[in-house]
Design a protein around this ligand. Structure first.
Ligand code: ZN
Length: 301
């Protein structure tokens, strides 16, 4: 069976859980353009993201954003950058094996007129399953056969450390096993960068640690361009309203909260266009100061 048929079958099987899709316009960024392509959405237990937060303060925030129930269904927006010579993906989605509601990147790329062979570089924000596991196709072969692969050095070191599976905690043990297996298979191809490196022309890595030990954001094209924030700001409700809250979805909640607080201040101040991997309406918009916190102003709303 061809890979596309396998994926189409899965997508159809999970259709009941799918969220509305957003056709996101191309945005000029540096020498090229940026848009997002959907990988579907996640279905997460509420406690994985919001566990341990003060319920009295939390309830009105969630209500204001229409969030209720025991599950959260964050969308997954993969950023696609294209210029005259490059087709760059920021992360590769979840692949076929993580969740039935995710792993739709191939269909979305196809709809955008991009073949897997066209991708020249894959730049990773971090190595969680919904960002990394699409690296290999259903047959264990590289899903983007012509792409250079690039990851922050600290992120690589963490997930390839044999001790990580023992220290990460039971809830994320499968993340560690899954990352280590995939990264081992591409170890010879991976290229590394550090905080503040120009990863590709006009694309600068910005260390935004805490969600994972080596999580990176990317400034694409400077002030008028786009800031790819990955999971440094991973939802449009609590992360915006209370960026300083330490939340369970971050591996180091205290560091992530400090990172998020500083990042939100900067993004609002500079009125940057941001792309968040799990933000709504295709993930593209701005950070706007509101009350003690911020709100997400989606580009398409
Ligand atoms: Zn994520």
């Amino acid at each position: 069976m061809h890979r596309r048929e396998v994926l189409a079958g899965l997508a159809a099987a999970g259709a009941g859980a799918l969220l509305p899709r957003f056709a996101v316009a191309e945005i000029p960024a540096g020498a090229g353009t940026v848009r997002t392509v959907s990988d579907g959405n996640l279905v997460l237990p509420r406690s994985f993201v919001l566990g341990g937060l003060p319920e009295e303060e939390l309830a009105p925030i969630l209500k204001a954003h229409g969030v209720s129930g025991d599950q959260l269904t964050p969308p997954c927006n993969v950023t696609l950058y294209q210029d005259d010579t490059r087709t760059v993906l920021f992360d590769v989605g979840a692949g076929a094996t993580f969740m039935p509601s995710a792993g739709e990147l191939f269909e979305s790329l196809d709809a955008a007129g991009v073949a897997p062979e066209d991708v020249t570089e894959v730049v990773f924000t971090h190595a969680h399953p919904d960002h990394l596991w699409g690296l290999l196709d259903d047959f264990g072969d590289p899903a983007f056969p012509n792409a250079r692969l690039m990851m922050g050095r600290a992120e690589w070191d963490y997930w390839t450390d044999p001790e990580t599976v023992n220290t990460i905690g039971a809830e994320r043990q499968a993340f560690a096993v899954g990352a280590a297996r995939r990264l081992e298979m591409v170890a010879d191809q991976m290229e590394f960068f550090e905080d503040d490196d120009e990863v590709l022309p006009g694309i600068v890595a910005v260390g935004t640690f805490g969600h994972t030990p080596g999580h990176m954001s990317f400034d694409v094209g400077g002030g008028d361009g786009v800031f790819v924030i990955g999971d440094a700001v991973a939802n449009a409700h609590v992360a915006f309203a209370r960026p300083g809250w330490a939340t369970a979805n971050d591996q180091d909640p205290e560091t992530a909260a400090a990172t998020r607080t500083a990042l939100m201040g900067r993004l609002a101040e500079e009125a940057r266009t941001v792309i968040g991997f799990h933000l709504p309406h295709g993930g593209t918009g701005r950070v706007v100061a509101e009350g003690d916190g911020y709100r997400f102003e989606a580009a398409d709303s």
